[in-house]
Design a protein around this ligand. Structure first.
Ligand code: ADP
Length: 827
């Protein structure tokens, strides 16, 4: 051991000799906070006079001293209780003299001592103590405990640099368990109490176990510290890296003469905010966001979010507005110059302008709702209104909007949040008082994500819309200066609460004459202009227009008509461009070249009076149409079969019609067992999808009665009307569209419920002139008009008689084999 530390001086100092009681008496060196283990050399530096005297005595006398730790180092030692019970016999070696009152020596621990008493002699204290001999045991258990201690110590040394390498080597190479235990105890950072306990434990094995526990705990602490260190290190690495990169960026920017881009950007945004001249509250809000922007790191994801938000605040028209042109005559000129007809609508707009002029801004803006088939000019008239008033025009479609957030926006906390369509469209408008068209209000959806109709109510409510709240925008936006116009094809799907807000203005389909006029005055000049054919002298003959309208289009409005005219113009433009010959006058015969074969030649009414085939008039989403209803009566079991475009309401109408027929079977001369022995098959062939409704009632009844009575239906008639079980005929909607559809289809006789007489005022005179109207209250009147007299004998009866005859002839008759279905209708 002395070799290891190279201090041979210690070896020459002998152990004290015990007296008869086995005790030794030694000068006492009170130790301050240290424990010196046997075999271990420890430096002692002290100013304690008691200790200085004892050390002096030991050094000069070349003898050992006793080292015991003080329990309270602030007091001089007087009694045995002032010291810990266990200490060490020490051999001392002089190192240096640090002046009069301080001294440093090296002390080598020799034997364990147990203190018995102290005695005061001048100037030193004498300790009386019992030496504890080191028992050398060698058990398997101790061996493996020693091995374990060495392993653990190695681990501790790996984790912590506090154990000097030479000490570690010394311990790992030591063979004696007691030596290993004492060196290890000394090398570990243990508390004074723990050290005292290890010193006082006689059994090596017990000390080893204590050390194993202490080492294991030390390892845990060190590992934890390591982990924390790694985290701290990583964190530091990251922020250092960032700092480094940012610094580099700054250098690069400076190098490029760009200065601090981010700061520059913030300055720009500030200028934008100031230039935007926002109302006070909005201005404040924008600046507040800007100050948030300036304190977050330029690369943080919030930067984009805040920038976009400020952009929205700055980009919205808060105060910008156009001055209304309230000159009624000017407005009338604009409306007439751009749209043919539509007197009711135009009048309403002119009234609005007049009142506006008189009552200034006291008047709340009406919310108009233009309802009618596609292509009747709802949108384009709205544009003209904007032009007449000198306002901006914007439109947004509500078709398929199901989520409230589409109207009102998402809160900014959502990723990719945006304002709703209303605010987006206002930004596009650029002024706070545009004409704002909300298209397809009847196609507004509704589902679990909230009710867009409710949000729309707020938009359209003059009481609320001066402070419309968009989730994204957060600040209220004033919509009260906007002139809203909503459009739709059909009123029914619009929620009642919304309808209450709207001033409904109906647009109906055009007659052929109106379409020709619209083509001549608007569509053709526009398309000629659009195709660069101004100087080409192209002329559409009336016959061509009529043919396009009748055979190439089938609609209430003029959208397809416009498209076909465009098609013709495009073909001509090509001929002109290729410098080919072309005829300037476009007659109906040329259409085949330009447009190909006509699409709708077969869509006219059938020409033959037929059993079981009646012509109804229906309302469809693109206007009116005729609909043929076909009924066959086939051998069967009295059931009703329906095919084609029949919705629930129409099926109910069919039931009602059949019930009516059965209740009057006697009057119609139909044997009542017919209803048990035959099936009724109702079919609504091809064509536009009619809107679900009861208005096909009398048509269904007519076809059914005809099929049973085999009285033919006059093909010159078309009809519409709801039927009750008792055969009363009730009023229906969409009369104008239906009447025009009848006329388009070349039908002259129209049957309408009497209650609908009033609706004829909307129908242009030329259409009225072409048609004969028959108003009815009950089904019998319909029958009288449209059914021809009964045949002398019904086909069905003839057939039945023949079958009975066959059965008599043929003994092997099979009653159910009435397979000979016969179709009584032809289209
Ligand atoms: P809607 O909005 O009713 O579906 P649009 O406004 O889109 O119909 O009209 C379709 C086309 O028909 C437009 O080019 C429009 O200018 C034209 N049009 C419709 N009605 C008229 C009319 N009365 N006078 C002039 N052009 C019309």
């Amino acid at each position: 051991m002395s070799n290891a530390f190279g201090v041979s001086e210690f070896d020459s100092i002998p152990d004290a000799r015990p007296d008869d009681d086995g005790l030794i008496e030694l000068p006492l060196v009170p130790l301050r906070g240290i424990v010196i283990f046997p075999h271990v050399i420890t430096p002692i530096t002290t100013r304690n006079p008691q200790a200085l005297a004892a050390i002096q005595f030991g050094l000069t006398g070349h003898r050992t001293v006793a080292g015991f730790a003080m329990r309270d180092p602030s007091h001089a030692v007087q009694r045995v209780e002032d010291l810990y019970e266990f200490g060490t016999e020490l051999a001392l070696s002089q190192v240096a003299r640090g002046g009069e009152d301080q001294r440093s020596v090296l002390a080598l621990g020799k034997r364990r001592l147990q203190l018995v008493s102290i005695k005061q002699t001048e100037p030193i204290l004498i300790a009386r103590a019992r030496p504890i001999p080191e028992r050398r045991t060698r058990s398997e258990k101790l061996l493996s405990a020693t091995q374990r201690v060495k392993q653990l110590l190695q681990h501790v040394a790996d984790l912590s640099p506090t154990i000097p390498e030479e000490v570690l080597d010394h311990i790992l190479n030591a063979r004696d368990a007691g030596l290993v235990a004492d060196l290890t105890a000394s090398a570990l950072l243990l508390s004074l109490e723990e050290r005292q306990r290890l010193l006082g434990t006689e059994s090596v094995e017990a000390r080893m176990n204590d050390l194993i526990a202490a080492l294991a705990q030390e390892i845990q602490v060190l590992e934890l510290r390591d982990e924390i260190n790694v985290q701290v290190q990583q964190e530091m690495d990251r922020s250092q890296r960032e700092m480094y990169l940012r610094e580099q960026m700054r250098v690069i920017q400076n190098e490029l003469g760009e200065g601090d881009i981010f700061q520059q950007e913030i300055n720009e945004v500030r200028e934008q905010i100031i230039a935007a001249n926002l109302p006070g509250e909005i201005h404040e809000k924008a600046l507040k966001e800007l100050s948030r922007l300036s304190i977050i790191p330029p690369m943080a994801p919030e930067v984009g979010i805040i920038r976009t938000y400020i952009d929205w605040l700055v980009g919205l028209p808060w105060t910008q507005r156009t001055d209304d042109n309230l000159d009624v005559r000017h407005a009338q000129e604009v409306l007439d110059a751009e749209h043919y007809g539509l007197p009711k609508v135009k009048d309403r707009i002119l009234e609005y302008i007049a009142v506006r002029k008189l009552a200034a801004s006291k008047m709340k803006s009406p919310i108009l709702c233009f309802v009618g088939p596609p292509g009747v000019g709802k949108t384009s008239l709205s544009k003209s209104i904007a032009r007449a008033l000198g306002r901006e025009f914007v439109r947004v479609s509500l078709g398929g909007v199901r989520d409230e957030a589409e109207i009102r926006g998402h809160r900014r906390t959502y990723i990719g949040a945006m304002p709703g369509r209303i605010i987006q469209t206002m930004r596009r408008a650029g002024t706070s008082n545009p004409v704002f068209v909300l298209d397809e209000i009847d196609k507004l959806g509704m589902d679990f994500r909230g009710d867009p109709a409710a949000a729309l109510l707020e938009v359209l409510d003059p009481e609320q819309n001066h402070a419309f709240s968009d989730h994204y925008l957060e600040v209220p936006y004033d919509l009260s200066q906007v002139l809203f116009i909503t459009t739709g094809n059909d009123l029914d799907p619009i929620p009642a609460a919304l309808i209450d807000r709207l001033e409904i203005i109906e647009f109906t389909g055009y007659t052929e004459e109106e379409k020709v006029a619209i083509s001549r005055r608007f569509l053709i000049p526009n398309q000629i202009e659009a195709h660069g054919l101004n100087g080409a002298g192209v002329r559409f003959e009336p016959s061509a227009l009529h043919t396009i309208i009748r055979e190439y289009t089938y609609e209430g409005g003029v959208r397809n008509l416009d498209r076909e005219i465009a098609n013709v113009c495009r073909k001509i433009a090509r001929l002109v461009a290729e410098e080919k010959q072309y005829g300037r006058r476009i007659g109906s015969r040329k259409l085949l070249d330009f447009l190909g074969p006509p699409l709708y030649t077969n869509r006219r009414a059938h020409k033959q009076d037929t059993v079981g085939l009646a012509t109804g008039l229906v309302w469809t989403y693109d206007g009116g149409d005729i609909a043929l209803i076909e009924v066959s009566v086939l051998p069967g079991k009295g059931s009703m079969l329906m095919t084609g475009q029949l919705g629930d309401v129409m099926q109910e109408s069919a039931q009602a019609a059949l019930s009516y027929m059965r209740s009057r079977a006697v009057d119609f001369d139909v044997p009542s067992d017919d209803f048990e022995n035959y099936d009724v098959h109702i079919h609504l062939p091809e064509g536009a999808v009619p809107k679900e409704g009861p208005s096909a009632g009398i048509t269904l009844a007519t076809a059914i009665i005809s099929a049973f009575t085999e009285r033919k239906v006059r093909s010159t008639f078309a009809m519409t009307g709801e039927i009750t079980l008792r055969g009363k005929v009730l009023a229906v909607g969409g009369v104008k569209e239906k009447v025009l559809a009848a006329r388009r289809a070349g039908i002259r006789q129209v049957i309408l419920p009497s209650e609908n007489k009033k609706d004829l005022v909307d129908i242009p005179q030329e259409a009225l002139d072409d048609l004969n109207f028959h108003f009815v209250d009950g089904m019998q009147q319909v029958i009288d008009h449209v059914l021809l007299p009964a045949p002398p004998e019904r086909q069905r009866d003839i057939q039945r008689r023949e079958e009975e005859h066959d059965e008599k002839d043929d003994q092997e008759s099979k009653p159910e084999s009435k397979k000979s279905s016969k179709k009584k209708t032809e289209s």
